[in-house]
Design a protein around this ligand. Structure first.
Ligand code: C2E
Ligand code: CA
Ligand code: CA
Length: 275
């Protein structure tokens, strides 16, 4: 079955196979999800490697579906991106994120993932700043995570918006660094504050000399560009030790804390501070 382009309506096609059928159902249900408040955020801790102190969290979207249960973003973000729902979803995520952040101590930061299509919207930066202002938040407490593909489309507009946000104090992280291809060229073209090293590179750390070299060189390069470095997908104490020696600034991963609903944060912080 052919996929319809962005924002086009699709009608049910009886020749769809099972997977497409499920996708079709999810796409239809996404509109309801937004209207009925079925999108939730989970928060994954971000830790300063040097002092082993908590810096903040990354917001990760979840869809609490009445029949299918908790659906993870790898299932619904691609569908949302193809159907154009990602714009409404992104607004909802930003709203929920800022509302939550406003309830935290002022030293906590929150990172939010941004889809390429959102950055191509001419009013994106303005909306982010308005949302921060509405919640009375210091823009420096928000970090936006973008990917290399974010700026391939409508590059000028995307970079313009990011510049405006960065000038206002919002942090800009390049997510999944090391996964893509054109890597290094983008580092200088984009107004970044942070680099997040893709978790597959971190996963390889202690068992392959090559990847250790790639990770340590990436950290060195980021430092030369005055960028902070985050390692994602840290699953072992060994990886954390390596990252500390290599001068990595922040770490995130199951070893430090899994994504969790807001209700669990107080208990997590309590346990973390006595670790
Ligand atoms: P991401 O931005 O790379 O987020 C990190 C993903 O890795 C999360 O999966 C997280 O649960 C998982 N993870 C964290 N620590 C570990 C670890 O130690 N080991 C392993 N194996 N995995 C770890 P999640 O929550 O399923 O999110 C998947 C992707 O969905 C995210 O990847 C992000 O690209 C996208 N996404 C999530 N929320 C949003 C959102 O609100 N907006 C947009 N546009 N994309 C989102
Ligand atoms: Ca991310
Ligand atoms: Ca990532």
């Amino acid at each position: 079955a052919k996929r319809a382009g962005r924002g086009q309506y699709r009608f049910f096609d009886p020749s769809l196979n099972r997977v497409d059928m499920e996708e079709f159902q999810l796409e239809q249900a996404l509109g309801d999800a937004l209207r009925l408040g079925q999108i939730r955020l989970h928060f994954q801790p971000l830790v300063r490697v040097g002092s082993m102190s908590l810096a903040g969290y990354e917001a990760l979207a979840r869809w609490q579906h009445p029949q299918f249960g908790l659906i993870y973003p790898d299932r619904f973000i691609p569908i949302a991106e193809r159907s154009g729902f990602i714009l409404a979803l992104g607004r909802e995520v930003l709203r929920l994120a800022c509302r939550e952040l406003a309830q935290w101590p002022p030293e906590r930061t929150l990172a939010v993932n941004v889809s390429p299509m959102e950055l191509g919207q001419a009013d994106f930066a303005e909306r982010v700043l308005a949302e921060l202002a509405q919640q009375g938040l210091d823009p420096a407490r928000l970090e936006l995570e973008i990917t290399e593909t974010s700026v391939l489309e409508r590059q000028q507009l995307a970079i313009q918006q990011l510049c405006r946000l960065k000038a206002a104090g919002v942090g800009i992280s390049l997510d999944d660094f090391g996964k893509g291809y054109a890597g290094f060229a983008h580092l200088q073209a984009l107004p970044l504050t942070r680099l997040k090293i893709e978790r597959s590179l971190i996963a390889q750390l202690s068992n392959s000399h090559d990847d250790s070299l790639i990770v340590s060189s990436t950290i060195t390069l980021a430092k030369r560009l005055a960028l902070q470095v985050v390692a994602e997908g840290v699953e072992t104490a060994e990886q954390l030790v390596y990252l500390k020696l290599a001068g990595c600034d922040f770490a995130q991963g199951y070893h430090l804390g899994r994504p969790m609903p807001a209700e669990q944060l107080a208990e997590f912080e309590q346990a973390f501070s006595t670790m």
